[in-house]
Design a protein around this ligand. Structure first.
Ligand code: HEC
Length: 137
């Protein structure tokens, strides 16, 4: 192998490594974007849920991982939400029931400290999709 051939070979190896690295990065970002709820929430959009959580100010009472500023301990922390068995110690933790809770906590827990926040059905669905991505696994 002469010098030029060796240089060409090194170049090819370098390009190959670069391509592999870029493939890996692309795979990672795709995984990140397609974070699926541990329990599917039909019609719920995870990204819009994160935005809605900020818009309704849920973080002024709850600690919610991945939502900037959502670090209050006034209400129970919502980390690892997908691993919880009950909503407010009462309802089975299922998507449709979580949507009802987010919209009408006062109907479920009259006099409780979580206020009704006039959350729309779609926003509650998106919020639930987000909360069900939170898991300790
Ligand atoms: C003013 C404070 C406050 C705000 C704002 C608030 N919550 Fe709550 N939330 C609470 C309190 C207090 C509880 C516990 C109530 C109970 O268990 O009866 C609670 C309970 C919950 C629970 C059940 C927690 C568990 O451990 O079972 C969920 C889920 C929840 N809130 C989601 C939300 C979402 C989503 C929003 C925004 C749309 C929100 N909360 C806004 C105070 C608040």
């Amino acid at each position: 192998m002469n010098g030029l051939q060796r240089q060409t070979m090194y170049k090819a190896v370098q390009l190959g490594l670069l391509a592999a690295l870029m493939g890996l990065l692309a795979a990672c970002s795709v995984l990140q974007l397609s974070a699926q709820p541990a329990r599917p929430v039909p019609g719920g959009d995870v990204q819009r849920g994160a935005v809605a959580i900020r818009a309704y100010g849920c973080g002024s009472c709850h600690n919610i991982p991945g939502v900037a500023g959502a670090d209050s301990m006034a209400g129970p922390p919502l980390d690892d939400w997908a691993d919880r068995q009950y909503i407010s110690g009462k309802l089975p933790n299922q998507p449709e029931l979580l949507i009802q809770w987010v919209r009408f906590p006062q109907a479920i827990e009259p006099g409780g400290a979580m206020p009704n926040l006039d959350v729309t059905e779609q926003d509650a669905r998106d919020i639930s999709a987000y909360l069900f991505t939170l898991t300790g696994d």
